[in-house]
Design a protein around this ligand. Sequence first.
Ligand code: HEM
Length: 380
Amino acid sequence: MKSILVLNLLSNKRVQSYRGVREEETAPAMEKIEKCSSLCSPVNLNELFSATTNNVTCKIALGRKYSTEDTNKFRKLLTEFTKLLGAPDVGDYLPWLAWLSHVNGLHGKAKKVAKELDEFLDGVITEHMNRHEKHVNDHAGTQGEDQKDFVDALLEIQRENTVGFPLEKISIKALILDIFVAGTHTTYAVLQWAMTELLRHPKVMKKLKNEVRNVSAENSSISEDDLDNMHYLKAVIKETLRLYPPIPLLLPTISTKDVKLKGYDIIKGTRVIINAWAIGRDPASWENPEEFLPDRFLDNSIDLKGQHFELIPFGSGRRICPEILFTIAINELLLANLVHKLDWSLPGGAKEKDLDMTETVGLTIHKKSPLIAVANRCSF
Ligand code: HEM
């Protein structure tokens, strides 16, 4: 299944080809902010980040954006779904207490969300099948690679049985959902925490603004070409991922054989949970681990590719996230554009220390209260 995803949606070539989508979707986000700024009204950055990352994923996976009403409904369902994925089901640990999830409402909620997501995904698949049929009936030949989105690619695999096993409709739905759950909430969590920490640390914000403005002083917006030279921006994103790995407990794995690890015996079949959050804050690896200090990444070679075990927000080894480049590109592009021509402050004269840092619970961790900030066009 992972190889289907990687080959059809997430290959390096494909990720490059999504550059246009990333830049296209950054523009309306910036227009929205400019509008709020001209009306002197604060911006709900949660809403903006969530909508933008969702729109990018919709375009690359489903081929188009949906109406605001449909998108909002889908985003709400995804939020519920990720909350449920991270909710502890006591029966997983104490099987004799599994009945508890029937009475505490967990199963009922899961069933309702699953049904609604299923209906939405059914609609998406039917729409793609109808479009393909029309294409064939119009004798327009096969769709070009660049016209195909992820769902088209999956339906083609299903029709032509190119993976050596039948790809059932239910698997196609699971793969589409996988992309949204894996990609949207994680990506927007990084943006949300990065902006929160920048607002709490004016000196870091200033240093980042100086870098972005120096690299691209002449242009009206930042393009992906500009990002290569923004080393401090990359450090800000790494530091955000160190303190706030969007999936703090990574994904559970099960050992396939008996292993001895640092003196511990892990027997075959043990469910292993890796706490990337605690690893990122371990005083044995990090100086002042609780502090937001992007400069720590300026002269070291620690990267995010799973080779440095003190920083593994994307996991490591065979199961590492296949989409590091894609997600970093969206994060860098949006963050750089946010500080390129705009100065940010908290509404109503609130101070940095007033920011509520409470976290949500769930598979991905977000800031519980929305991040609201005021943007002012800078005067240079
Ligand atoms: C900041 C953003 C992201 C973070 C922190 C993140 C993190 C992770 C982690 C921790 C895993 C599991 C690794 C393991 O088991 O050790 C994972 C897997 C995965 N991620 Fe990401 N991810 C992000 C963005 C994305 C995006 C944007 C996509 C796709 C559009 C994506 C697609 C996937 C997929 C398909 C897998 C499953 C791989 C498998 O089946 O083994 N991720 N990700």
